[in-house]
Design a protein around this ligand. Sequence first.
Ligand code: AMP
Length: 216
Amino acid sequence: MILSFIGPSGCGKDTQVSLLSNVLQVENISSGELLRELYSNGDEDGIKAAKYWQKGEWVPDEIIMKIIRKRLELINPTSVAILNGFPRTVNQAVDYDELMNAELEISKVVFFELDDELAIQRLSNRRICPNCEKIYHLIYNPSKLGEKCEECKLDLIQRKDDQEKIILERLRFFNKTTAPILQYYKKKGRLIIIDASRDIETIHKNLIKELDIHAK
Ligand code: AMP
């Protein structure tokens, strides 16, 4: 089964993917993470794409479609694959539906709804361990070691695109391109909307209920 999780930056979808993995066998296919990985590996498309994401702009559809297709070739058929942060434009959604065979159909699209103000507050306080990539939040989920990772003891860093000016640009792109995607999936009867302003546990419970998931 393939699911898609979309929502503005800061909506907490990564946290929800990791909570779901306690209940289900989940494969997290994050387009943002794939882009960052390709960039650090010096991949040609990864370097081209970085010019966009480092400014908070959307990466061109053809690059995204290429990396998603490649990644789907490696998918484990027994797990639930979550396309995390994909699609972000109607073109991506339409191309996906046209290019992929029935087995790879996105069965449900979960939209994590959150207003801009809350998203900015969540993102500007997000910190990450440069080694294990554990995510902290200076207010809601601080490290017991201050600005160091509890596991690796390294200084936590802020993602380049989590600076306020870039967050605003990411949200501007998100708000511009999302409404048509929601319409697209609503018409197909595949859209689930989750209130992402709630606390993590409540969101998790609502997600399980809406997806009608039973423990592994
Ligand atoms: P994320 O880690 O999901 O916040 O993504 C980080 C950045 O990668 C975004 O701000 C975009 O610039 C880029 N990105 C990720 N997924 C996509 C996508 N499906 N389409 C276009 N750009 C994307």
